[in-house]
Design a protein around this ligand. Structure first.
Ligand code: CU1
Length: 149
């Protein structure tokens, strides 16, 4: 194969599966205790979806840590209560919490993390929230996730 074509393919392929149907998104959590998105729409054509959380702030996770957690809206308060009890060392999430559909790790300023989850876990008529499980942050740091819209 032609060398330039090989190079072009190798550059294009790693991101291809995500780029084709926009099966990924990026969200920022800040030192101001906010997310920069209040809604995420997962296209029905996506078998998997990737969320990349970035924390462009400067504060350590013990002070202003952020994660991105996805669950059914009805499960959110229980996950938050158990997460607060689990503490910062556990990323403010109970270990192996089956109510959590997907989550990143808890980030300090300057860090980022990604999570990929199967959209088979979502229903088109489901009611889903994403949020940060650091205590109290979810008052501001939450939003809706819709599947198949
Ligand atoms: Cu947070």
């Amino acid at each position: 194969m032609h060398r330039a074509l090989l190079l072009a393919l190798s550059l294009a392929l790693p991101g291809f599966a995500w780029a084709a149907d926009d099966c990924s998104t990026e969200i920022h959590g800040t030192d101001q205790m906010t997310f920069d998105k209040s809604e995420i729409v997962v296209p029905a054509s996506c078998k998997q979806f990737k969320v990349t959380l970035k924390h462009p702030g400067n504060l350590p996770k013990e002070v202003m840590g952020h994660n991105w957690v996805l669950s059914q809206t009805a499960d959110m308060q229980g996950i938050l209560s158990d997460g607060a009890a689990a503490g910062v060392g556990s990323g403010y999430l109970k270990a192996d919490d089956s109510r959590i559909i997907a989550h990143t790790r808890l980030l300090s300023g300057g860090e980022e993390d990604s999570v990929v989850f199967d959209t088979a876990k979502l229903k088109g008529d489901g009611d889903y929230q994403f949020f940060c499980s650091f205590p109290v942050h979810s008052v501001l740091m939450k939003g809706r996730l819709k599947f198949g819209a």
